[in-house]
Structure formats: structure tokens, C-alpha cells
Design a protein around this ligand. Structure first.
Ligand code: ADP
Ligand code: MG
Length: 263
């Protein structure tokens, strides 16, 4: 079992879109996948068609200790993909947890004590480096960072990497950077080529070869409560997420065993 946090403190860079579609692509290869929605906005939950009635127990309850992970898990329409949904309650968790013991390790403990296990757990983080994202980083083996192809793409990355260094030094020495993926790439815009070249020059091989294009199907799918990979599996965005998932599997030797997608 491997746990991957999808993090970037900037909003709107493609964290949730990546979380939903990578989770779906991994589930399609036969992995048992859990997606933990750790953003109070609950976009991953909504994008996977989880109703409010199905959010009776949520990631908030898991962090606060009102529910175990197994209590809060909901099966999605995607075979092999479960989710721990989020509700707006989560926006108060950062403050409420201040009085709790080991407030940085709530999610880690919940995952370690889970009665069910999955092959891969993805955590969709909120757009901040606060206590929720710190819980995710401490609970994770690896970090996946979506970076939007725009002029200021690298801005803020050093702050993210400094946080990773602190987490490694104090709590989780094994936290690795699985990779950085460029998102919302626009072929018609020459600036994005320049951004992509700059990012690769600075970050090197940590950047995935696969680039996620700007694709309207990716942004339409959530309003239908389904992953783009199911809404329109042929669109350029879906195909890119399939390729990206394959690259991720190749970087995770523990996960590659016996799957068609790794070939
Ligand atoms: P984050 O979780 O980092 O805030 P989202 O994944 O929610 O980012 O993406 C922000 C917005 O951009 C959403 O409306 C989403 O549908 C849209 N979006 C994300 N990736 C793409 C893409 N590759 N092409 C077009 N729209 C995208
Ligand atoms: Mg999001």
C-alpha cells in the first residue's frame, strides 16, 4: 500500500482534477484505490458524484476522531475506487485540532489503523500549507505536485519544498517527491512552451514527461459527477491522465507488480 498526497498551496492548478482522474486510471488497472478528499470545498467528492446524504461521515469526522476511516468510506461508481468525502465542516478542523494531541498525525494514525487496506491512497489537499496539508504529508509516502503552465508556475514551489523539508526532518523522513506534472498546457500559446522548458530546466527529471493539456472535457466532467475518464475517455485530457498514471506506476516499483498498465 502506498499513500500519495496531491499538493500545491496554489488554488486552481489541477489538484482535484488530477486526483479524480489519476485515481480512476489507477482503478482501471485493477488497483484498489482510495481517494481522501481533504479540501473543505469537497470538489473531489462532488466530482465523483457523492451526494450530501452520502457524506454523513467525512474526512472531518476521521480527523476529529468521530469516525474510523472504514466508517467514512463510500464506494464510488468507478469500480475499485472508494472515497472518504469532505464537507465544509473541514474548514473548522484546523482550528479545532489545535487542542488535540498529535494534531499533525491524525490522518496518519487513521490510515495506519484502518481495518481495510487499498493498493493506493491518494489525498486531495486544500490550497494551503496548513494543518490539513501537513496531516496529508505526514501520512504519505510520496508527493505529487501539479503545476499550472502559466508565467508564475514556479512561484510558491520553493515554499512547498521548504515545507516538505521540514516534514522530512521532523516527522516523516521517508516522504519522497514522486513528481511534478504540468497541467493546463495550451499548445496554441507559445508562452506555455516557454514555461514548460523553464520548469524542466529548473526541476529536471522530477517533471513527468506527460503534460496535461487544457481540455474543456476535463472541466465539464465534474458537473456530471463523473471522472473525465468515464465522461469521455477518448478526449485529450483523459488520454493524458492515462499516460500520466502509467508514468506514476513506473516510478513506484512496489505498485508495478502484475499490472497491464505498467507495460
Ligand atoms: P485545484 O484542485 O488545484 O484547485 P482544480 O482541479 O479544481 O484545481 O482545477 C481548477 C479548475 O480548472 C476547475 O474548474 C477544473 O475543472 C479546471 N481544470 C483543471 N484542469 C484542467 C485542464 N487540464 N483543462 C481545462 N480545465 C481544467
Ligand atoms: Mg481542489
Amino acid at each position: 500500500m502506498i499513500t500519495i498526497a496531491i499538493a500545491n498551496q496554489k488554488g486552481g492548478v489541477g489538484k482535484t482534477t488530477s486526483a479524480i482522474n489519476i485515481a480512476t486510471a489507477l482503478a482501471a488497472t485493477g488497483k484498489r484505490v482510495l481517494l481522501i478528499d481533504l479540501d473543505p470545498q469537497g470538489n473531489a467528492s462532488t466530482g465523483l458524484g457523492i451526494s450530501h446524504a452520502q457524506r454523513d461521515k467525512s474526512s472531518y469526522d476521521v480527523l476529529i476522531g468521530n469516525a474510523t476511516l472504514a466508517d467514512a468510506v463510500v464506494a464510488t461508481e468507478v469500480p475499485g475506487l472508494d472515497i472518504v468525502p469532505a464537507t465544509v465542516d473541514l474548514s473548522g478542523a484546523e482550528v479545532e485540532l489545535v487542542d488535540f494531541d498529535a494534531r499533525t498525525h491524525r490522518l496518519d494514525t487513521a490510515l495506519n489503523n484502518a481495518a481495510i487496506t487499498w493498493d493506493v491512497t491518494l489525498i486531495d489537499c486544500p490550497p494551503s500549507l496548513g494543518l490539513l496539508t501537513i496531516n496529508a504529508m505526514i501520512a504519505s509516502d510520496a508527493l505529487f505536485v501539479p503545476l499550472q503552465c502559466e508565467f508564475f508556475a514556479l512561484e510558491g514551489l520553493s515554499q512547498l519544498l521548504t515545507t516538505v523539508e521540514r516534514i522530512r526532518a521532523r516527522f516523516n523522513p521517508g516522504l519522497s517527491i514522486l513528481g511534478v506534472a504540468l497541467t493546463m498546457y495550451d499548445r496554441r500559446n507559445r508562452l506555455t512552451d516557454q514555461v514548460s522548458a523553464d520548469v524542466r530546466a529548473v526541476l529536471g527529471r522530477v517533471v513527468f514527461d506527460t503534460v496535461i493539456p487544457r481540455n474543456v472535457r476535463l472541466s465539464e466532467a465534474p458537473s456530471h459527477g463523473m471522472p473525465a475518464l468515464i465522461y469521455d475517455h477518448r478526449c485529450s485530457g483523459s488520454q493524458a491522465y492515462i499516460a500520466l498514471a502509467r508514468e506514476m506506476i513506473a516510478r513506484l516499483p512496489g505498485l508495478a507488480g502484475g499490472t497491464a498498465a505498467a507495460a
